[in-house]
Design a protein around this ligand. Structure first.
Ligand SMILES: Nc1ncnc2c1ncn2[C@@H]1O[C@H](COP(=O)(O)OP(=O)(O)O)[C@@H](O)[C@H]1O
Ligand SMILES: [Mg+2]
Length: 415
């Protein structure tokens, strides 16, 4: 099944190349050859073979040296290397393995053995690539699953957050429709008054009387100011709902494989909004953004998930420190550029993190919280997203009884 794979064979002795080449070519492998270490590196980088058979003893640059260079270059690091060695000293073999070789064969070759080893390592390399691909797929599925899960956890709170503005939108709409009815009655009176005035007759005193009563009844000045206020409330409510829904959409967005330029001010603001119900009972939150900050290339859904996780953790730590019915705490969220980074800080005056817990907080499934409150996925996700997906950094400072600050650093310019 690997016939047709490209192999690179490296040996400074032409006869060796001939023998080796003969055996391999007969099996249908495609071959590239090199007769020195330097040439081997050049060919390896150019043709990217699937496996390299590498002589150890060569003048100038020996096989070990070549192997070291291959492993140091990301382009060639994954290519399996099998050493060809005349010497069978254990020391040499061990050194080869330490340098990242997968196997060795001793000269003179035993063709069936050589072929078997080549085939085995081609298979292993294929399996490994396949496995890496699977791990990558699983990882992104897991990320998505975690996000959906925490969306689920936020859902009740979000419903509540949407419900209260909807309620006052409803109340104010009721008021407006009532006010409109009263104004319509008044308008009918005006209409009659106008009709009478238009035909030139004297305006009947009863009509003026009715008019006065109608005006009195609907307290026009009151209506004017109240309808304006009600409209303002409705607009405010609609804005809140839109913000929440937008935040949800940002959070739920599965995100493509490509980063997009996002306004972090907006992103942080909506992340805080969607999880408002999780913190508003235990803390006041101050948000300090930087409107001048240029858009940053990122995966917005993942980032907003990170901020939600940190803010929810901060709220939990404050609630725990305060105890039931305790005083409200403080959460500070800030965003600012610092050198090559955009820095996002989430600060709380909660419990702090005990020294023995600190080394474990980023571990997947590590939690100190009771079942149902924490799953131990939050910070591991934060780390994966910030470090692995954004080439950023995550760190924290904490003091028992004082509180904790998490710091996320995102590169302002992404490679
Ligand atoms: N702001 C914080 N203050 C105190 N402890 C924290 C804070 N953030 C995280 N931790 C600790 O780190 C642990 C892991 O956090 P996380 O990965 O978000 O999982 P979870 O919140 O589900 O427990 C928490 O259980 C808690 O012990
Ligand atoms: Mg958490």
């Amino acid at each position: 099944m690997h016939q047709g794979s490209r192999l690179l064979i490296v040996d400074d002795t032409p006869q060796n190349l001939q023998v080796l080449g003969g055996i391999l070519r007969e099996q249908g492998y495609k071959l590239s050859v090199a007769q020195s270490g330097a040439q081997a590196l050049e060919v390896a980088r150019r043709v990217l073979p699937e496996l390299i058979l590498l002589d150890v003893m060569m003048p100038e640059m020996d096989g070990f040296e070549v192997c070291r260079h291959l492993k140091a270059d990301p382009a060639t690091a994954e290519i399996p290397v099998i050493f060809l060695t005349a010497k069978t000293e254990a020391e040499d073999v061990v050194r080869g393995f330490e340098l990242g070789a997968v196997d060795y064969v001793t000269k003179p070759f035993n063709p069936p053995e050589l072929l078997k080893r080549v085939q085995t390592h081609l298979e292993l390399a294929l399996l490994r690539r396949d496995l890496e691909k699977q791990v990558e797929e699983k990882t992104s599925q897991l990320l998505q699953a975690q996000r959906l899960e925490s969306m689920g956890q936020l859902a009740a709170g979000i419903a509540h957050e949407v419900n209260s503005p909807m309620q006052f939108i409803g109340n104010n709409t009721d008021f407006l429709s009532q006010a409109l009815e009263e104004l319509a009655a008044l308008r009918r009176q005006y209409h009659q008054l106008y009709e009478q005035a238009r035909i030139g007759g004297a305006v009947a005193p009863e009509l003026l009387e009715k008019m006065a009563v109608a005006l009195e009844a609907c307290e026009v000045e009151y209506l004017d100011s109240e309808t304006e206020r009600a409209l303002g409330k409705i607009q405010e409510g609609v804005k809140r709902v839109v913000e929440i829904v937008e935040g949800m959409r940002e959070l739920a967005h599965p995100g493509g494989r490509e980063k997009v330029a996002a306004d972090l001010n907006h992103l942080v603001h909506s992340a805080i909004t969607v999880c408002r119900n999780e913190w508003k009972y235990v803390a006041d939150l101050t948000l300090d953004t930087d409107p001048g900050l240029a858009p940053v290339q990122c995966f917005p859904g993942e980032l907003s998930q990170c901020i939600v996780n940190l803010v929810v953790n901060a709220a939990h730590a404050i609630a725990e420190a305060a105890g039931p019915g305790g005083a409200k705490g403080q959460i500070g969220v800030s965003l600012r550029p610092a050198g090559p980074w955009a820095e996002i800080r989430v600060e709380d005056n909660g419990t702090g993190i005990p020294p023995e817990v600190q080394p474990r907080i980023f571990d997947f499934l590590f939690t100190t919280k009771e079942f149902g409150k924490g799953t131990g996925q939050g910070l591991s996700l934060v780390q994966r997203v910030i470090r692995d997906h954004h080439a950023g950094e995550v760190c924290f400072e904490t003091a028992m009884g004082k509180g904790t600050t998490f710091l996320l650093r995102l590169p302002l310019s992404q490679a």
